[in-house]
Design a protein around this ligand. Structure first.
Ligand code: NOJ
Length: 451
């Protein structure tokens, strides 16, 4: 038992969070280039202008990946680096950069997993209404086709969107991420529909342009876990996980997954939101619902639920006082990696890959020059044991990507949070493998047997 023989072990990053070179070699601006420079939006005014300078240091970074023993590396492409205006003209130097990176990975036997969109939306298209504009489907299709044609001879694993819940929820609903808007449902719901349609259109484009392609999707949504193993609590947790709430619906997993994987919007969501869907949405479901080779999920924590005698039939349990938390104050709930994949596989019946999981901790370089991060190792050990149990209990689990490869720009938190296996000194750009990176190597080498 344990993880399957061909299980994929990797780590993940995203373009704006690590690349830097924000104004170099013909790159266009993204909404994050703009937002991070607006006073008061990001912790201590941090920006991604330089970030980890990965744009220049990628060969050394690939060496470090090799040292950790990564089999796969998930990274995203910066749309405005490739198409400075988001559509039309192509920036050859941007293509060259990713070509060099991909070649370097392949030379080192590291399988590239490419995320097409991880939040750095072209600023020029924001001025045209971004995802609210129905043309966004075509913009994304053209951008996808460019990536497929350029990289598809060597990249076989593509992910369309990363966490639409967050770039729409935090960016256009709550307003704490770029572009910092607080829009009504009459804007947000059409946006969500266009993104889902762009996802389906991109899957089709990838299949027609990339021989032997494998396509996935990486949404999120904190799993709801049963407080006990009673059938009532299990049903309550399942219901809580997949019920679209009226408030905070943008963060729900089912709204963004059911159309893509089941070909319908969840009833609980339609009840409140159908009136905002664009005309002809039922027809679009055929485009949205495309077969996927894997269903990705980013999971960091979950909440416990029990059955309740109320209208919904479930109730969330408060966390006990002193419950363990990570540096960013997210609760440590290893069972999320059991219940999340278990419930998601039960519902969507699609091979599952954990596209992100990890924690931020207060990591420092010690006097001995090393970074001792026992908290990360303990966290990962617990979470991976739960993940392994989910596989042993029948979920078709294919891989795991640690977030993140290296410390990086944690969006509105700036560089305050350290999620990496590799410590980055942002003053010197010195990289140091943390103790957890060496431990992760032993996990990879043993295919999870050391857990
Ligand atoms: C979600 C996002 O995909 C990633 O960009 C972010 O840094 C991590 N999870 C941690 O918050």
């Amino acid at each position: 038992m344990g993880f399957r023989k061909d299980f994929i072990w990797g780590a993940a990053t995203a373009s704006y969070q690590i690349e830097g070179a924000a104004y170099e070699d013909g790159k266009g601006l993204s909404i994050w280039d703009r937002f991070s420079h607006e006073p008061g939006k990001v912790f201590d005014g941090h920006t991604g202008d330089v970030a980890c300078d990965h744009y220049h240091r990628y060969p050394d970074d690939v060496k470090l990946m090799k040292e950790i023993g990564l089999q796969a590396y998930r990274f995203s492409l910066s749309w405005p680096r490739l198409m400075p205006e988001g559509k039309g003209a192509v920036n050859q130097k941007g293509l060259d950069f990713y070509n060099r990176l991909i070649d370097e990975l392949l030379k080192n036997d590291i399988r590239p997993f490419v995320t097409l969109f991880h939040w750095d939306f072209p600023a020029a298209l924001q001025s045209l209404g971004a995802w609210e504009n129905p043309d966004s489907v075509k913009w994304f299709e053209d951008y996808t086709a460019l990536c497929a044609r350029t990289f598809g001879d060597r990249v076989k694993d593509f992910i369309t969107f990363n966490e639409p819940q967050c770039f729409i929820g935090l960016g256009y609903d709550v307003g704490v991420h770029a572009p910092g808007y607080q829009l009504p449902n009459s804007s947000l719901v059409p946006m969500s529909h266009h993104i889902l349609k762009a996802h389906g259109t991109a899957v089709r484009a990838l299949r027609s342009l990339v021989p032997e392609v494998r396509v996935g999707y990486a949404p999120c949504g904190d799993p709801c876990m049963p407080a006990t193993n009673s059938p009532e609590d299990m049903e309550a947790a399942r219901k809580a996980y997949f019920t679209v709430p009226e408030k905070g619906w943008t963060f729900n997993v089912a709204w963004w997954s059911d159309p893509a994987l089941l070909g319908c919007y969840p009833e609980s969501g339609l009840k409140h939101l159908e009136k905002y869907l664009p005309h002809g949405w039922q027809e679009d479901l055929k485009t949205i619902h495309q077969p996927l080779d894997f269903y990705g999920q980013n999971i960091y924590n979950g909440r416990y639920y029990k059955a309740a005698d109320n209208e919904q039939g479930f109730e969330m349990l408060p966390l006990p006082v002193g419950f363990p938390k990570t540096a960013i104050q997210w609760p440590i709930t290893p069972d999320a990696l059991y219940w999340g994949p278990t419930f998601l596989y039960e519902r969507y019946k699609t091979p599952f890959i954990m596209t992100e999981n990890g924690l931020s901790a207060h990591d420092v370089v010690s006097l001995d020059g090393k970074v001792h991060d026992p908290n990360r190792q303990d966290f990962l050990n617990r979470y991976l044991l739960a993940y392994k149990r989910a596989a042993e209990d029948g979920a078709d689990i294919r891989g795991y990507f640690h977030w993140s490869l290296m410390d990086n720009y944690e969006w509105a938190h700036g560089y305050k949070e350290r999620f990496g296996l590799i410590h980055v000194d942002y003053e010197t750009q010195q990289r140091t493998l943390k103790d957890s990176a060496y431990w992760y190597r032993s996990v990879i080498e043993s295919n999870g047997e050391v857990l």
